[in-house]
Structure formats: C-alpha cells, structure tokens
Design a binder for this molecule. Sequence first.
Ligand SMILES: Nc1ncnc2c1ncn2[C@@H]1O[C@H](COP(=O)(O)OP(=O)(O)OP(=O)(O)O)[C@@H](O)[C@H]1O
Length: 346
Amino acid sequence: MERDLVVRLGGVGRRYGVRGPWVLRGVDLGIGAGTLVRVEGANGSGKSTLLRILAGIDTPSEGRVSGRPRTAFVPERFPAAMPFTALGYLTHMARVHGLARGAAERSAEQWLERFGAGGFLRTPLSHLSKGSSQKVAVAQALVAAPDLLVLDEAWTGLDTAARAELDRAVAERTVEGGSVVFVDHDPRRLAGAVEEAYAVDGTVVKRRTFEGTSPTADDRESAMRRGPTVVIVTRGPHGAELPGPVAAAAVETAAHAHAPASSYEGTRYEGTTYEGASCEATDAPVAGRVTRLMVPESHSDLVLRELLTARPPWHVVTVERAPVVPGPAPAPAPAPAPETDGRAHR
Ligand SMILES: Nc1ncnc2c1ncn2[C@@H]1O[C@H](COP(=O)(O)OP(=O)(O)OP(=O)(O)O)[C@@H](O)[C@H]1O
C-alpha cells in the first residue's frame, strides 16, 4: 500500500558552484507519511546534501521539491555558539514552530529532562559540553512534534541513555504519523523499524531492496524481521481494539491475531513458537482477546506503555526477544565515531 507522500523530489540535482561537480543528479523519491527512512552511502557521497534538500534548508540546483510539511532538522554539526540558554533556545524554536509561549516552555523543559539535560536549562549554549549541546540539538527538533523529522548523524555524541531516548522519540514520531529520515554511521541503528532505505551511490540515489521484499511493498512485518524484535503476547478487554499507537507500531502475528477471541476464553494459554522463540505459557486463565504482537525493539517500551495505560488496560502475558532473521548484508559503513559521555561543564 502506498502511503501519502509528505515530500517528493523530482529530477533533483545539486552541485556546489556553477561549475562544481554534480553531487546528486536525477533524484526521484518520495517520503511517505508515518514512514521511517534510512539514507546510506559512503563518506562524501551526498547523504547530508540529500537530507538538507529534504529538510528544505537547501535548494536543488535543478529539479523540483514538492510538499513542505512542518519540518525539523538536526544537522550533522550543530551551531552551539548562539546567545541563548538551553531553555531559551528551545522555547524560541518551539515558538517558531507555532507553539504558544507556555506550551513552548513546557515542551522545552520536558525534552531536556528526557535527554538527561534538565540540569542545564539556564546554561548558556556556549558553556555546554559537546554531548550536552547535541542533546539540545536533538531536543530543538522534537519540541514541536514535526511532521517530518530529518536526523543527520543525530545520535553521534549522545550518551547511551540519550541515544535510547532518541530511538524512543523516533518511534513516537512515526507512531503518531510523522515521517523520519535519518543517516547514522551504525548500520544497526533502528534496525527492524526502518521501512525504507536509500543508498546514495555516485550521483544517484537508489532505493535499497530488502531480501524477499518488493521495493514498493509496504511490508512492515518484513521490515521488522530484519532487526531486533520483541514478541509481546497481550490480552485485551472483550471487544477492545488495540490502542492506536500499538496498532501503528506493531504487527499482529497470524497465530493469534486471526484466531477468534472466544478460543482463549477461560482456557490456559498454551504458548506457541515464532521463528524459534518460544512464548512462555502463563498459568493464569486467559479471557478476552489474546493478541501476539511483533514489535521492533526500539518501539517496545512505547507499545508496553500504551498497553498498560490504555483505559481499560491490556494485560501483558509475555514479552520475549525474537531472534533476528538473517537479512542482506548491511551497506558498508564508516567506522563508528567515538561517543562522548555528554557531561556538561558549568
Ligand atoms: N557547502 C558546500 N560547498 C561545497 N561543497 C560541498 C558543500 N557541502 C558538501 N559539499 C561536497 O559535496 C559532497 C557531498 O557532501 P555531503 O556532506 O553531502 O556527503 P556525506 O555523504 O554526507 O558525507 P559524510 O558521510 O562525510 O558526512 C562532498 O564532496 C562535499 O565536499
């Protein structure tokens, strides 16, 4: 199923200077609503150039860009020497994106807290460490829940907890219907959640195909099988539909999704196997709708939270990691850059 496109490039080319070599040429691609898209390619191939054009902060030398969703961008290098405190800057960015002052400040504070930088609200940007500056760089793109989020190596420089938080933020954006396009040196980043990938090669951008997947198929299950996946067995109230964010993030696997709910009522759940992973049987009698969900690991916190906080809540029967199904070799990636610990200097 093709999704609505939020932005489309048609015959796009970019060169720097009138006689400069073409970095990109004849690029045709569209970014679907709610889609997580990875861009790959060797150093200097033009990934950042492509991302800047998608984000609307650079214009192509030829060709057309159509669609301009509310967009936020995390550049590869964040210009941290601005005359703002962290809170002042994020509030300003949220207001630029249309939030009222109070909402902008609340959102700014929440995002700094989420990334573990709540202690630096009043710290001037120029006094922040590299890692804390990167937290601000990422938070500024998230404060106003953009329709299109473009991340250029945004995880680099974040500490482990902040990287995991950014994974969760990406999951939330896509579940809420936003699109996310990212470049990252780690080929495992968000593996299993990525639905489309493009490789910049020479001056062209090729849509990467995944083994067993047609390049145009909207096949979330197939996408999930390529990365770390969690299998959640859950039981919902009679007649309840899965909470919206869960339905958007997970795939119901055939064994249970299509079985009549009544077949589980008052019976002991026997467990089953999925790709070699066994689900533990529960001793409790299971009533209501039992559903078996396959979720990218990066999205599992979000899905569990939504199930447990639904009104009425769903009961989580088992949670297990499923083994990764071997897929095509990842594209060559440059060596990971050293991570910094994100400590700020006051
Ligand atoms: N502002 C600019 N002026 C001139 N040349 C540029 C400019 N920005 C990028 N280039 C050139 O365009 C080419 C592609 O650069 P780009 O940064 O898009 O590649 P990249 O794939 O993101 O690289 P990396 O993986 O190293 O970040 C490179 O040759 C680069 O030198």
